[in-house]
Design a protein around this ligand. Sequence first.
Ligand code: NAP
Length: 525
Amino acid sequence: MTISGSNLIGYSRSAKGNEQFSGVIKDEAGNAWSFFEATPEEIDEAISKANTAFPLYKKLSYIQRALFLERIADEIMAIGPELIHATMQESNLPEARLLGERDRTTNQLRFFAKILRDGSWLRAIIDTPTPESPAKADIRQVQIPLGVAAVWGASNFPFAFSVAGGDTVSALAAGCPVVHKAHPAHPVTCELIGSAIIKAAKETGMPDGVFSLLHGKNYQTGLQIVRHPLVKAVAFTGSFQGGKALFDEANKREIPIPVYAEMGSVNPVFILPGILKEQGTTLAKSLAASNLLGVGQFCTNPGVVVLPGGELTPAFINDYKSAIEAATGGVMLTENIHRSFNKGTKELSEQQDVELLAKSGQQDEKLATPQAYIASAEAFLSQPELSEEVFGPSSIHNTTKNKNEMLEIARSLKGQLTATIWGNEADLKEYSELKDILQDKAGRLILNAMPTGVEVNYSMVHGGPFPATTNSTTTSVGSTAIYRFTRPVCFQGFPQSDLPEALQDSNPFGILRQINGQFTTAAIA
Ligand code: NAP
């Protein structure tokens, strides 16, 4: 494996800076690969190149864009085991998990190619004069791309939420060139995938600048990207601190831009009495498995559990406790994340009226120790710190005395990526308000399943109110993620030859359109 450690500025490699940082992977001589931090000039060059590429890229046919995305998927697969082995070293994630995540990432690229080919994502809406209203104006709406998108990935999904992840693919599908800020926890992975994108771009005839990759461990790199006047949208996946810092910086710009920061979440799980009685033991085991999945390093990890009071709860808690105590723990993504986990769990344990519920017996300091805490509803409600994300295998369980306390906890929650209810039919009737409250709190409501695992499809919402994200009106996963990088424009009174093809009477793409209120694939006679 040869790694240049340079920035990928469109089709050129560039290493002009004096600052370098090292990754964890070593070359044949035993030296760690080092990476050149992008200089202010290189950042400007990448963004300017992307801006020059924009008018050319957005004019390409949707089929050409689809071919580009599919080629990226092929090029990622073509890297082969070298990619998996490098990412294993950089993330401490096991091979099977990374093979699955790579498939998910390439499938996501192919999914967006399919969406482009299908064409209905353009949301073509046409109003024409009708026999009843002959004087009505002819107005036709379609989606157009915003311009250069700046994208940040997270360390816990080095493929699916990184260089060729959901943010990059939805921006490229929308017609926006991408400048990606490489994650310093997996720079070799970033360079391998970034090079695959560049290769795919060259081979499918994309304009130079359609994609760039910039390294930077210094936060100034990211802040300069956000400030750049030619950047038209920002997509970020990562921690609350990172996302909020970029969002705040963007808000200082003279011309505001959308910032889609997908951040942390505690993904509350409410367990109702009827199902607790029917499935307590199974539920306890599957909840613990969900908490422990990937050493708890999932943004959908169930960090807050709300339990009914009553005689069945102690048995559930015992089963849950046994599962956590038997867990072995694991190496976390980075030493920093491990340090934050230890700090977060220590702080949790020191909060008033919070008790340790369970802790794994593992003794290795290099591994994260799975653990869980318990508090009464009163304690939880009076200390907002208890509902903060502790990223890793930790959770807090709250016991409630009655239905009202459970609803009060639901009302007290901040914005979440997911909220889960476990309940049988009678529970759902009795606690019908719970769904209504949680609907206002989360992007995805789940019934009788664990929140870990996010499907890439047409209906997925991976988003939610602040602080889960900085923009609750959209999603970072699924087909509708594309609308983060487009805006609607309408054409009034234009002749057929001057209209985008999607809006022409003949419907040359054969797409689903809304014409005078009716959805149809028919041409306008
Ligand atoms: P992170 O520490 O926020 O890192 C993400 C990126 O942001 C990195 O490139 C990081 O650079 C940069 N960054 C962080 N703080 C910054 C600041 N103040 N200014 C400028 N740039 C900054 O997140 P992570 O540790 O990789 O990922 C774990 C977190 O992501 C968890 O909280 C998890 O819940 C969340 N997550 C959310 C989703 C979602 O879809 N909502 C998905 C996956 C993960 P440095 O590395 O140099 O700090």
